[in-house]
Design a protein around this ligand. Structure first.
Ligand code: KIV
Length: 299
């Protein structure tokens, strides 16, 4: 966990800037600035070799916890389909659902850059449809950026959005909106041809103006090569330790998801167990009459 590559060695603690000296940029994680993180802050973090964490968020209350913990980028992922809305995949998520939940996450945060996923069917028709959907999310939900899936196949969409002033995070490797075409969630980029395609995809979205690219479920060595060859940051999920940033679905990371989680997830809490225990204790107190007690009762 603590083995860092040279590009990712810990930064020296920022010292107060001497008068007239260029200002030391605040680190993305652990920074103290009261303004929102911007895509320029993210570009500078790559220049400094600073790693940063990203998490998904789907509501104002948990988003405020992540914001207070200093997570610099929150993704309102279409994983809300599986994790929040009870769908079997991300495919059914609509632009209306994405807008409602993104607006809640924006309201719950003051520092994090909030990135909203463009749902399946809201950008595949072409750049104009993508611009209409992304504009809706920026205006109605107040997000600072959008994310869409695909490399070469989505480069034109990325280009138009960026030219219209909407920052875009791209997503290559395993793209979950294609679950029906894959027939599951297979690791991507294995073998020379697939690896070359992944490199082309990552390069295509960078050239189209994306400010970062998610690499999902790809071999660690390939993700490291992509990370070295791009000037924009890579955000890994199941892509090994050499990416510039890491993202996890928060319900997986915190142990709220039912059943098995993917191999690449580390669980930092067991919220499902803790919440279930709390709910059972409350229910038993109600049944045996020990709640509410005198201190919970108005005289
Ligand atoms: O929707 C999502 O949560 C995502 C992450 C897995 C990157 O796209």
């Amino acid at each position: 966990m603590t083995q860092l590559s040279p590009a990712h060695e810990p930064q020296a603690a920022p010292t107060p800037d001497a008068p007239g000296a260029p200002r030391t940029p605040a680190p993305l994680y652990g920074g103290t600035s009261s303004r929102r993180v911007t895509v320029r802050d993210i570009a500078r973090a790559k220049e400094r070799g600073e790693r940063w964490p990203m998490l998904t968020a789907y509501d104002a209350m948990t988003a405020s916890v992540f914001d207070e913990a200093g997570i610099p980028v929150l993704l309102v992922g279409d994983s809300m389909g599986n994790c929040h809305l009870g769908y079997e995949s991300t495919v059914p998520v609509t632009l209306t659902e994405m807008t409602l939940l993104s607006a809640a996450v924006v309201r719950g945060t003051s520092r994090a850059l909030v990135v909203a996923d463009l749902p399946f069917g809201s950008y595949q028709e072409g750049p104009v449809q993508a611009l209409r959907s992304a504009t809706h999310l920026v205006k109605e939900a107040g997000v600072g950026a959008v994310k869409l899936e695909g490399g070469e196949r989505s480069a034109q969409q990325v280009e138009l959005l960026v030219s219209a002033g909407i920052p875009v995070m791209a997503h290559v490797g395993l793209t979950p909106q294609s679950v029906n075409a894959y027939g599951g969630y297979p690791v991507q980029g294995r073998g020379e041809e697939a690896a070359q395609q992944l490199l082309r995809d990552a390069k295509a979205v960078q050239d189209a103006g994306a400010f970062a690219v998610v690499l999902e479920a790809v071999p660690g060595e390939l993700a490291a090569e992509v990370t070295r060859s791009l000037h924009i940051p890579t955000v890994g999920i199941g892509a090994g330790p050499e990416c510039d940033a890491q993202v996890l679905v928060w319900t997986d990371m915190a142990g709220l998801t039912a059943g098995r989680v993917p191999k690449f997830v580390r669980q930092y809490a067991q919220l499902r167990q803790a919440l279930g225990d709390a709910v059972r204790a409350y229910a038993e107190d109600v049944v045996d009459g020990s709640f509410p007690a005198a201190e919970h009762t108005f005289s």
